[in-house]
Ligand binder design. Structure first.
Ligand code: NCD
Length: 361
């Protein structure tokens, strides 16, 4: 069954096709009004959400389908200890497609391995958020007319921000993009993402938003992710690291595009909302259109029954254990630990669920 767990589950031509479909939906909504008649979307949200869950639901309703689901783990059988695998098998009996958000990294992957219907990752811990990335790519495409040939700055919590991780991974497949990473030292982009997806000479790191602003074509602001900190005092120390206000914006290009996956806390002052460069509310609307295009695609593929998950390029080796406390394997004891040999030269394995590095002991 074809699912969307990581942005790499889609090829670049497929992403282009989704963007074109989303634009066609914007121009001709009536053409799509009955496309998902009698189809059901289940939204399984084990973590808070406003935009992602409601844009998924609005997307399905605008395609003529219907929706069911839950918006907190405490109102599902997870509270009784049901595994993600069992829940997804059961939901496959009631729905044609699943969108899942979960605080543990890799949980939607487990769901995709077990469900009989397509599964969409709607955010897994600090790991990935591929549908936000599709939203961001549609927004960049609509604002800039192309996906490439720009300098983009990511500002805020680059360590825990899953939207940043997924978007940087996605942009690594496009040409002529310079990246500026703006964060406090404690919240820098994880080294493995930097190493794998950024090219020496095409990115730089700074702590100063003011210093970076003049050269940016796109500024991607993010919230400090309070819920991912294990030390609350550390959060308090870092929570006000950045605030984009109208005064700072005088340093920026007239053509700047300001993005934010939202919710914002205090990193963009409301005064900026009136500035024509502010795109974050348009971005939220784009999220509905691209999710409509994605639901259509995955349901079409499901009808063709194209085999995709489970993946098979992994090893089970009892000398390897994933020790990431945020990985789904840390709470679901019966899940087999599976690894991919990502760097044969140095014997580096990565957990297939959360992608954390693990070495043989
Ligand atoms: C983001 C998320 O959930 O990761 N929100 C969203 O889906 N639009 C960003 C965030 O919570 O900071």
């Amino acid at each position: 069954m074809r699912s969307l767990i990581s942005i790499f589950d889609l090829s670049v031509p497929e992403i282009d096709e989704l963007i074109e479909t989303a634009k066609d939906i914007i121009d001709n909504p009536e053409k799509y009004a009955d496309k998902c008649k009698r189809k059901k979307l289940a939204t399984l949200f084990y973590e808070p959400s406003t935009r992602t869950r409601l844009s998924f639901e609005a997307a399905m309703l605008e395609l003529g389908g219907s929706v069911l689901g839950f918006s907190e783990a405490s109102s599902s059988s997870a509270a009784k200890g049901e595994s993600v695998a069992d829940t997804s098998k059961v939901i496959s009996c009631y729905a044609d497609i699943i969108a899942m958000r979960h605080p543990k990294e890799g949980a939607p992957f487990v769901a995709a391995e077990n469900a009989d219907v397509p599964v969409i990752n709607a955010g897994d811990g600090g790991h990935n958020h591929p549908t936000q990335t599709l939203t961001d790519l549609l927004t960049i495409n609509r604002e800039k007319g192309k996906l490439g040939g720009f300098t983009i700055g990511f500002c805020g919590d680059l360590r825990y921000g899953r939207t940043v991780h997924s978007l940087i991974e996605a942009l690594s497949r496009y040409e002529d993009i310079n990246v500026v990473l703006i964060s406090p030292t404690e919240l820098r982009l994880p080294g493995n993402i930097k190493k794998k997806y950024l090219t020496e000479g095409k990115f730089k790191e700074t702590k100063s938003l003011e210093e970076a602003l003049p050269e940016l074509d796109i500024l991607y602001m993010t919230r400090i992710q309070q819920e991912r900190f294990s030390d609350f005092d550390e959060y308090l120390k870092l929570k006000d690291s950045y605030c984009l206000d109208t005064e700072k914006l005088t340093l920026a290009k007239e053509s700047l595009t300001i993005m934010h996956p939202l919710p914002r806390v205090n990193e963009i002052s409301v005064g900026v909302d009136k500035d024509p460069r502010a795109c974050y509310f348009k971005q939220a609307l784009n999220g509905k259109y691209i999710r409509m295009a994605l639901i259509l695609k995955l349901l079409e593929e499901a009808e063709k029954d194209s085999v995709y998950y489970p993946v098979t390029d992994f090893v089970i080796d009892h000398s390897l254990r994933c020790d990431n406390k945020k990985c789904i394997t840390s709470v679901e004891q019966e899940l087999q630990h599976k690894f991919r040999l990502t760097d044969p030269e140095n014997g580096v394995y990565r957990c297939i669920y959360c992608e954390r590095q693990s070495n043989k002991n």
